[in-house]
Design a protein. Structure first.
Length: 439
């Protein structure tokens, strides 16, 4: 039997300063193939993300955001019914400075109001805690402050540039772009169940990243806070630099980007402060134009965690894709496989008769569709739906009521579009040229 979720939200698309949504505004002074994703990550520039840009004096500004009003139904004894909203807003402002480019970035969310401090129901999701209890089968809400940071880049020699990113709240050079900033998932409001194996460090309280890059290669390293955000979503957590990560990215042309990274996360979970995590990720992203007004983007990700004391990696695999067919219709899909322990799934190993370190392979396949109902100068309103079918091993059948528990999501989606420079705002490449290819 399915459960239910509605979510209504109104979050301004611009909140503070900074946008992973538009590509390479901070490198407007020179040629660059890739676009800018979350943090300092790269996405293909061939299909810029939607947003709105304008000039504020000598500053180039772009705002971007996403807000849903949704009904979510998750079946089985682990499912739940909720009315809420998934939402975020961001902005980025760039200006020439000291021979380079300074970009101020910020991002915020009212998830804590929209889906409650416990987050929204999502079968097989794990990670973080609430009131001293681990969250399971729910996706935690994002903190109100998701990013406050600055990026400075400057040419060094020929095509080689130096980049410095500092953020009290930000994202280190670890993993692929966060799921909400990937063109392959720009209409999917739900976090992957492998989020904490791949891109969960996109909100870290304390990040310092330095790197060098050309139009095709980037090498960067970060010192950051490995602890997950606490259950108080309104405050700024203690800022520390107790963890480290490194990432190499490659963009052969405007349609492809790839990355590989390694990170050491010191004591990420408050409920297990004695445990640290080694994380390895690899990702490949592709985007291309589709017809006169469409696009097609696909992402593949592998991510693995090894907790201190564990003898093997716990792996995850994700494949997701979105096709903007025309100005009115978009389809998207995601398939995942993740290895999780009984503790992560909040199941007693003793009750199941398995060792405490036993890994359970769980999977989820989702298919969604969005129909644009209204388009105006500064935004769009879409009506969407997504069906998810999960799969659990036989040992977890009684826990989830089925080997294949399912879920249904119905949502309205609002986001900005257009702007002074027109089209789908992906301020990228030289002179902040804009793309007219818009969903």
């Amino acid at each position: 039997m399915l459960t239910s979720k509605i979510s209504i939200c109104a979050l301004a698309a611009a909140v503070a300063a900074g946008v992973p949504a538009f590509a390479n505004a901070q490198r407007m002074a020179h040629d660059s193939t890739p676009g800018m994703g979350s943090g300092t990550s790269w996405i293909p520039a061939a299909v810029p993300m939607p947003g709105r840009d304008f000039q504020a004096g000598t500053w180039s500004v772009m705002v971007h955001g996403f807000a849903t009003g949704q009904v979510d139904r998750q079946n089985g004894p682990r499912g739940a019914t909720q009315f809420g909203s998934v939402n975020w807003g961001m902005a980025m402002a760039s200006h020439a400075a000291a021979g380079g480019t300074l970009t101020l970035r910020g991002m915020a969310s009212l998830d804590v109001w929209g889906v409650s401090p416990r987050g929204y129901p999502e079968l097989l999701q794990t990670g973080e805690s609430y009131h001293g209890q681990p969250l399971h089968d729910r996706q935690h809400p994002h903190d109100v402050l998701m990013e406050i940071g600055a990026v400075y880049d400057r040419p060094l020699l020929g095509p080689l540039h130096f980049e410095l990113y500092a953020a009290p709240v930000g994202e280190p050079a670890l993993g692929p772009p966060a799921f909400m900033h990937r063109p392959s998932a720009m209409d999917n409001p739900v976090a992957p169940i492998g989020h904490h194996w791949q891109d969960a460090t996109h909100i870290s309280y304390g990040v310092l990243t330095a790197g060098v890059f050309t139009s095709h290669w980037k090498l960067e390293g970060s010192a950051f806070n490995g602890r997950e955000p606490d259950a108080n979503r309104w405050n700024i957590d203690p800022i520390r630099l107790n963890s480290y990560a490194g990432r190499v990215s490659y963009a052969p042309n405007s349609e492809w980007t790839g990355s590989a990274s390694y990170g050491f996360l010191s004591s990420p979970e408050a409920l297990h402060p004695q445990e640290s995590v080694h994380r390895i990720t690899a990702s490949l992203m592709h985007s291309r134009a589709l017809g006169d007004h469409g696009s097609w983007s696909t992402t593949g990700i592998w991510g693995a965690n090894q907790t201190s004391g564990a003898t093997r990696l716990a792996s995850s695999v994700l494949l997701e894709s979105e096709a903007v067919l025309d100005l009115r219709n978009s389809v998207f899909a995601r398939a995942e496989y993740v290895q999780k322990t009984a503790d992560e799934l909040d199941v007693s190993p003793a009750a199941l008769g398995v060792p405490a370190d036993r890994l359970f392979g769980v999977s989820a396949v989702s298919l969604g569709y969005v129909r644009e109902l209204m388009r105006w100068t500064h935004g769009t309103l879409g009506l969407g739906t997504m069906v998810t079918v999960n799969e659990v091993p036989g040992a977890l059948r009684a826990t989830y009521g089925s080997r294949t528990p399912a879920g249904l999501l119905l949502f309205f989606r609002v986001r900005p579009r257009g702007g002074a420079m027109g089209g789908m705002n992906g301020m990228h490449m030289r002179g902040m040229q804009m793309s007219e290819r818009a969903p």
